[in-house]
Write a protein of this length. Structure first.
Length: 357
């Protein structure tokens, strides 16, 4: 996919500090969003189905070696109920996310949940059923095929950073950058709409790295982006972002959204929860900088506090309906409308994979 901006121009835009210049960047990205992906903001209700994880990513609060976290796994009925809540609430899609596991019991469990959600969400209101995105880490091509066949059609697997040396500082030696890239490519082979993304403001990360991340999205022909600020986790083993305090980190997160929109106009870009952890209206600000997707939390309230990827994760005590109401107010306040009952696939994905069911 052709990137509409040069590397040097991307670095320059990410480095803007003058408020008037940043406002001009925001305005251009916001206007281009309406032109290319439309005025709607799409909801994907996120179901955090388990915090059990076989990996030990240094930044993450649910990593295997964090003994402080109480582990949980929703049962089949709880997953399906949370997903069907999304259908009833008018969210066109759900996201099933969890720590990474590759055992057959987990693979079959997800397969069954996906098939059941698809079958039970078909209705006059949702003739194609609920859109199902998975975010369950690196898996084999065969597993991806099984989950795609069961009825999931989008998959989010962050690359975390496109700089292999930086990737190595974030993960134990057993986790390889090349394997992650191969998994992203396997998702395409399996027929998924592919989402990826990075953490912004990682210790040691430069603006050149972030510009290369945007280039990576283009080179890999990515359909959707979920990226957000790196936030310290007490359960992790990495320091807080040495690079930045809260305000500049938020500003950089927002500039990344705007510049990605300008560089790759037809992608879906999410305003992620991590933005809201930095500032109460962080997701709404993300929407005004060019995001067109947001992911309200529909995980049962009782377990939510155990899916604490980073300190200060918001919406822990809110019920799903409260999240729905507050998000709608935020979307309307930012001048956009909610894409109720729509799958809201990106124009890029619709061109690449015209049949998505
Ligand atoms: N296991 C799946 C995977 O790795 O793709 C999905 C769950 S994983 C917890 C989802 C994402 O959370 C990661 O890709 C990472 O970018 C993000 N994350 C984890 N810890 C974070 C932190 N401290 N700050 C910001 N994002 C974080």
């Amino acid at each position: 996919m052709t990137i509409a901006l040069s590397h040097a121009e991307i670095v320059r835009l990410l480095g803007l500090t003058d408020p008037a210049a940043i406002e001009e960047l925001r305005r251009s990205a916001y206007d281009l969003t309406t032109e290319t992906v439309g005025n709607a903001v799409h909801y994907r209700g996120i179901v955090e189905l388990s915090n059990r994880c076989a990996l030990d990513c240094y930044y993450c609060g649910i990593r295997r070696s964090n003994r402080e976290v109480e582990r949980y796994g929703l049962d089949r009925d709880e997953v399906i109920e949370a997903a069907l809540f999304c259908a009833e609430a008018g969210y066109g899609s759900c996201v099933l996310q969890a720590g990474e596991r590759r055992d057959e019991a987990f693979i079959a469990f997800v397969e069954e949940c996906v098939a059941e959600i698809r079958a039970r969400s078909l209705s006059e209101r949702l003739p194609q059923g609920l859109g199902i995105t998975l975010s369950l880490g690196e898996q084999s091509l065969e597993t991806y095929r099984r989950w795609r066949d069961a009825g999931a059609h989008r998959y989010l697997l962050r690359i975390e950073t496109s700089n292999p040396a930086l990737f190595a500082t974030l993960h134990p030696p057993a986790q390889h950058f090349e394997t992650r890239v191969r998994a992203v490519d396997d998702l395409r082979t399996a027929g998924f709409q592919v989402g990826t993304g990075v953490m912004i403001g990682l210790p040691g990360q430069t603006l050149d790295d972030l510009a290369a991340d945007i280039a990576f999205y283009g080179q890999r022909d990515i359909d959707m982006i979920g990226m957000g600020p790196y936030l310290h986790s007490q359960g992790g083993s990495m320091p807080a972002s040495a690079m930045m305090a809260r305000e500049p980190l938020l500003a950089l997160g927002l500039k990344m959204i705007a510049v990605t929109r300008l560089a790759l106009p037809t992608l879906n870009i999410a305003a992620t929860t991590a933005l809201q952890a930095l500032v109460e209206d962080g997701r709404e600000r993300g929407i005004t900088y060019g995001a067109n997707v947001t992911m309200p939390n529909v995980t049962p309230r009782g377990v939510r506090r155990n899916y604490q990827l980073y300190d200060g994760k918001p919406c822990l005590d809110e019920g799903s309906l409260e999240c729905r109401g507050c998000l709608e107010r935020r979307v309307i306040a930012s001048g956009r409308r909610v894409g109720w009952d729509e799958w809201g696939d990106s124009p890029h994905a619709r061109r690449r994979l015209p049949i998505t069911v």
